[in-house]
Structure formats: C-alpha cells, structure tokens
Design a protein. Structure first.
Length: 303
C-alpha cells in the first residue's frame, strides 16, 4: 500500500470525528445528558469493534502488552469527556477552536519525542489550518461569545489528549493486528468513561433504549472507526502529518451542521473550510515530495 493510501485512511479517521458534534447536539436536544451520551457512545463503540475483532486476525499478547494497550486507550476516553465538558460552558465555535489546537501540538510532540524539527512547509501548512479554523468556526462573523476559564481549560485538555491518542496510535505495539489493537484501545476508553462520569442512568432500560440510536452512531464514528483507521495509517505517516490530516474534522463538522441541523454557514466560514482543505493538501504534498526524494536518493545509493 502506498503512502498516500495511509494518508487517506487517517484523513477518513478525522472525518469520523467531525461527524460527532452534529449528533451530540441532536442527542442533547432529545433530552439526554452528557454522561448518558458519552457512556452510550463508548459502550456501543466498544461492542462494535469487539464483534469485528472476534472474526479478525488476532495475536497472542502478554498481560504487559494488553495493559499497555488498555492504558493507551485512556486518552481516547478523556478526549470525549473533556470536549463535551467544554461545550457546557463555551460556544460551539470556541470549543472547536480549542480542540483544533491539536494541529500544532502534534508537531510539538513530534519534535519533543522524535527530535523532528517542523519544516518551513509544515509550519506554513499549520498556519493555514489555524487561520482556516478561526474562519470556519464563525468566530469573526458571529463573535466569540462568553469565554470562561473552565471551558478554556477543558477545551485545551481535549486537544492535548486527542494529540496524545494520535501519537500512541502511531507508536504503541505496532506489530499487533489493527482490529485487535483498536478493540483494546476502545476498552481502555470505555473503562475511563465509566470510572469518571458514572452514567448509572444509562443502565435503566428505557434510557438505554432511547439513547441507543445516538450511541450506536457516535460509537461507530467516535470509538470504533477512528482507532482502527489511525492504527492502520499512523505508523506509516507519523503523528506530524497525522495531526494535519485529522484536521479534516472541522470542515466536516461545518458541512454537517449546515446539511443536518440547517444552521446558517457564512461565506467566511466556507472560506475557512476551503483553507483547511488547502492546508491539508499542502502538508501532504510537501511531506510526500520529501519522502520521494529520500527514496530516490536511497535507490541511487544502492546502485
């Protein structure tokens, strides 16, 4: 499989996350609480990925490796909790902006852990993405609303844990089959959510039946698919490019809010969406060219 195939897989993982906010809003409108929505999401998502894992290739793992993968799923659960908590005290546009900071945090992680200094091309790409995110979130046209320090902290924490999960997806137990690895990630996320929010109402049959359709959708796109797609693609492209590609979540969120929730999207927001896609393409082309030059140099050296 070529590098751009793995890049596309990671891009789709980011798109999955972008589809969550619209249905979270629908679940809140239906009267369900954050604990019920988050609990159902991780419960359904974990069940889905384990059903697939039962019929997929598996590898015998030691308890130490299982424990490492379960612990690596903690940031997956924390990201949902922190982001949904930030939405309790921030406008949606501000919460998205804070979550979106994972774009530059990912490059910071890559520099700190891998000693890879961001190239000028990557820095330009990140700058385009940040500007596009501000426009796409509608902060300029609609105002930033009331900013609270609690919401700011929760939003930045969600960006940090999201980056951490992306980083772990690319580095932890690379030899473990993707589905098996994703199932253990999801299990770690589920345990984290259950321990921190105690969604006891979720286990009342009427509540479970009512929230199940939302949980099934959110679980598929927020718990089951992203870890699987990141596990497949991230080891081949790295967390630096990975965070650039996963920024696809913001334009997807804007497009779905317009189509499903019929929210008004201004021209400046559509411009922001275009800039984000441009930043993704710029970052991908730059790194792809670098890899092509490296491969060409290796072939010349070998000959």
């Amino acid at each position: 499989m070529k590098t751009w195939h793995y890049a596309l897989i990671v891009l789709l993982g980011g798109c999955c996350y972008g589809a969550l906010s619209t249905f979270v809003k629908l679940a809140y409108t239906a009267g369900f609480t954050m604990a019920e929505v988050t609990g159902s999401q991780y419960l359904m998502g974990t069940l889905l990925i384990w059903i697939v894992a039962l019929f997929s290739k598996k590898k015998k793992l030691t308890l130490a490796k299982i424990g490492k993968l379960l612990i690596s799923g903690i940031p997956l659960g924390l990201t949902g909790l922190f982001y949904y908590q930030s939405l309790q005290s921030l406008s949606a546009s501000l919460a998205v902006i804070f979550l979106f900071q994972f774009v530059w945090i990912g490059s910071l992680f890559e520099w700190f852990f891998y000693r890879k200094t961001p190239t000028i091309g990557k820095a330009v790409s990140i700058g385009i993405l940040v500007i596009g995110s501000i426009l796409a979130a509608g902060v300029i046209t609609e105002g930033s609303g009331q900013m609270t320090w609690q919401g700011t902290v929760w939003g930045l924490l969600s960006a940090l844990t999201y980056t951490t999960f992306i980083f772990l997806s690319s580095s932890v137990e690379k030899e473990t089959p993707a589905v098996q690895k994703s199932a253990l990630f999801a299990t770690g996320g589920l345990v984290t959510v259950l321990l921190l929010v105690h969604p006891t109402e979720l286990f009342h049959l009427p509540v479970l039946i009512g929230v199940a359709p939302y949980g099934l959708y959110l679980g598929l796109l927020g718990v089951a698919l992203p870890p699987l797609l990141f596990t497949i693609g991230m080891p081949h492209i790295g967390p630096g490019l990975g965070t650039i590609l996963t920024s696809s979540e913001l334009p997807v969120a804007v497009i779905l809010s317009s189509l499903v929730l019929t929210e008004h999207v201004s021209m400046s927001q559509w411009l922001g969406v275009a800039l984000i896609f441009g930043g993704i393409v710029a970052g991908n082309i730059k790194i792809s060219k670098t890899k092509m030059k490296a491969a060409s140099w290796e072939r010349k050296s070998a000959s």
